[in-house]
Design a protein around this ligand. Sequence first.
Ligand code: AMP
Length: 296
Amino acid sequence: MKIIHTVEALREARAALSGTVALVPTMGALHAGHQTLMAQGRQLADHVIASVFVNPTQFGPNEDFNVYPRDLDADARRCEEEGVAILFAPTPDAIYPPGFATTIHVAGLTDGLCGPWRPGHFDGVATVVAKLLLIVSPDLAIFGQKDYQQLAVIRRITADLHLATKIVGAPTVREADGLAMSSRNRYLTPVSRAQATKLSQAMTRAWVAWQAGERDAAALVKLARDLVATIPDSSIDYVEVVDPDSLSDYTKQADPIPDARGAVIALAVRVAGARLIDNLRLDGPLPAPLAHHIPS
Ligand code: AMP
């Protein structure tokens, strides 16, 4: 596996690869969820390029950019385990050279969910992902459904800017108790880690209600929110039930949720200071770890 730090060297190494290329962009602190994306890349393309870049422009001034876990050696080992051909780990200067002045903004999809809580975040994400797609020029790029809104934003950019890369969404990888794997889970103490399982249980409650015929968005939100609210030392940014494509908030519509549209429950909660996000398709199958922990 080659580890490359500059855009020029990356372009040269990518051009030397014959066959198709899958890109897996990450911020490092890699875990089994990221590795699943890479393994999927190996199945879908001849080569996988993974990137590790803690993108400064997607963090707000009071967020965790400075303390975000960084360990390139450990990340490289995980990439190597998955047969990654190239690990692209650029410096901030390589991605944002002096004079940099272009930002990509995706309207509409970024109005709700994490958008209002993280001003500028999706502009940072949109800009860096567009850059990575233009630098690497992959045949396909794989992103996790764990970041549901991010995936929707990236699909929008790719369509709107006529980028040739195919975007693939990969299912959320969870711990045995249902907690979605996340680099930010490292911030949790054993006590808050045990409590954090209530996030997936709360979404499962809404899933059970949906399956029983509940189509009132406020009722679905309340079921989930009431359980999340029992997590000590936590604060809820949002619990929303949204349209799977437009991400519009169903509680702002008077009518019951139409079956033909389906629904996603999405939440962002600060548990002992760690901001955790998760989501679940209510009109889809319940993923295995969640099915083992259906709350009463
Ligand atoms: P990150 O570096 O954690 O911000 O995310 C890099 C990529 O990995 C994004 O496409 C995420 O959606 C994806 N990802 C993160 N956690 C998971 C997970 N638990 N399961 C699947 N994909 C994930």
